[in-house]
Write a protein that binds this ligand. Structure first.
Ligand SMILES: [Mg+2]
Length: 455
């Protein structure tokens, strides 16, 4: 997996050095030598990761980071602050300012590659969801993500077989306002599945279980997959830490644990987990909305197409009948022209109600066009489907439709065409076409009637 990475540094030798390291891993490198240029390149080129020097004349790295995070077109790009070793407090300040990560100069190849791998893994999931969400926003199905939902205290689960060190870590985290549970307190891993956990802290020093195997297990399970895993590792055992990151851990912290660094890493990882969770929820809701007609609450054409296909396959497999009714409001244009679109909408909503009230729970009622509706009737032979259509026709014609808050009542009728599956070789298009032809016959035959195309 290779990335497009923007390197920002005021010293050319530093830029060249990072460029060489990144290009050796086949990444594409973009460069900027000051803050304003970095903002401009980030906007124009949309890099996947930004490596940002802290100390620069004019606009420093913190300000660049804040501006990147304040701009919705660049806020999602992970920023890695690159600081000198002497700037221990500054790196935490950078993370608090919104940066996702930091690296210290001189940049260690192993740390550089592992951070980039972890950020790209996050990017892959987040960008896919973001694209799906963007199409949902365009179609009006979803409101935009509220980032405040992301910043609440973290729920953390500590997995370490050393009771003393995990207890100490839990106390540190609680003192920082988080909700922390150790494996010893919980007794088992059950909490991970039943309660939402934001971050899992996993010790690579554990002896009673294989921590790497555990990571693989978490990443396989759909319930725990999105939880961020932070590894506690030995600074002298890079190979094991790297293996953990490859398997799916999001980040790591070396012993002895620096409290400020821990706090910043927890915050970043919690954001990642919640960001992905929220996007997932939005996408799920968006999918639901995308199959419902907003005016009538009935299913839409898109949903009908999928359902009809499924019903056809099931009918063919079980040798069962399947019928379909297509119905259309008579002279609907006149309702809109004479009484206005508000009245027209009232009629459509009332039709939706009467359709639903006169079908079986197993039938699927859809609004497939302006004033056109389709009822899918699984396991229903033609004669019963015609009887159902006739019942619906009567239910519409029997009582006037109240519109505009009950100030007027309109006499409404519908015409309907019924078609039935005719054995193997019959397609959804054939079925729809026959229903359409029958509906046309009902219209030309005087409206307010049901026709069917006989087998
Ligand atoms: Mg500098």
């Amino acid at each position: 997996m290779t990335a497009r990475i923007l390197v920002v540094d005021d010293i050319e030798a530093n830029r060249r050095l990072l460029q060489a390291k990144l290009e050796a891993q086949y990444h594409t490198v973009l460069m900027a030598e000051n803050g304003p240029q970095a903002l401009e390149v980030a906007q124009r080129e949309n890099p996947e990761i930004i490596l940002l020097d802290v100390m620069m004349p004019g606009m420093d790295g913190y300000e660049v980071c804040q501006r990147l995070k304040a701009d919705p077109t660049t806020s999602y790009i992970p920023v890695v602050m690159v600081t000198a070793l002497s700037e221990m407090e500054d790196r935490v300040k950078g993370l608090a300012a919104g940066a996702e990560d930091f690296l210290t100069k001189p940049v260690d190849d192993f740390l550089l590659n592992s951070r980039i791998t972890a950020l790209m893994r996050y990017n892959t999931v987040a960008s896919e969801l973001r694209q799906r969400e963007a199409s949902g926003i365009r179609s009006g199905a979803m409101e935009e993500l509220n980032r405040d939902e992301v910043d609440r205290p973290s729920r953390i689960f500590i997995v370490d077989d050393d009771a003393r060190s995990s207890g100490r870590l839990a106390n540190t985290l609680r003192a920082q306002g988080h909700k922390a549970t150790t494996l010893m307190e919980a007794g088992d891993m059950g909490e991970l599945a039943t309660e939402r956990v934001d971050v899992l802290i996993l010790s690579l020093f554990a002896r009673s279980f294989d921590p790497l195997k555990l990571i693989a297990h978490f990443k396989m399970n759909p319930v725990t997959r999105s939880i961020s895993v932070i590894l506690i590792c030995d600074p002298h055992d890079k190979a094991k830490a790297l293996r953990g990151l490859e398997i799916g851990a999001s980040d790591m912290i070396t012993i002895p644990i620096d409290r400020q660094e821990l706090a910043a890493r927890i915050r970043t990882q919690t954001r990642r987990t919640r960001y992905i969770d929220i996007l997932r929820q939005r996408v799920d809701r968006g999918l639901e909305l995308s199959v419902i007609d907003q005016l009538t609450g009935l299913h839409n054409r898109r949903y009908m197409n999928g359902q009809l296909e499924q019903f056809m396959q099931r009918a063919a497999r079980g040798n069962q009948p399947l019928s379909l009714m297509m119905t259309d409001i008579d002279h609907f244009k006149a309702v809109n022209d004479t009484h206005g679109h508000q009245a027209g909408d009232d009629v459509l909503r009332e039709i939706g109600k009467r359709l639903r009230a006169n079908v079986r729970p197993t039938d699927v009622v859809c609004r497939t066009g302006g004033e056109e509706f389709v009822v899918l009737m699984p396991n229903t032979p033609g004669d019963l489907a015609c009887a159902a259509a006739e019942r619906i026709r009567k239910a519409v014609a029997a009582e006037e439709f109240p519109v505009l808050g009950g100030s007027q009542n309109l006499r409404i009728t519908v015409s309907a065409g019924v078609s039935t599956l005719q054995g193997a070789g019959d397609t959804t298009d054939d079925l729809m076409h026959r229903a359409d032809t029958a509906l046309y016959q009902a219209k030309t035959g005087g409206r307010n009637r049901v026709e069917s195309i006989a087998a």
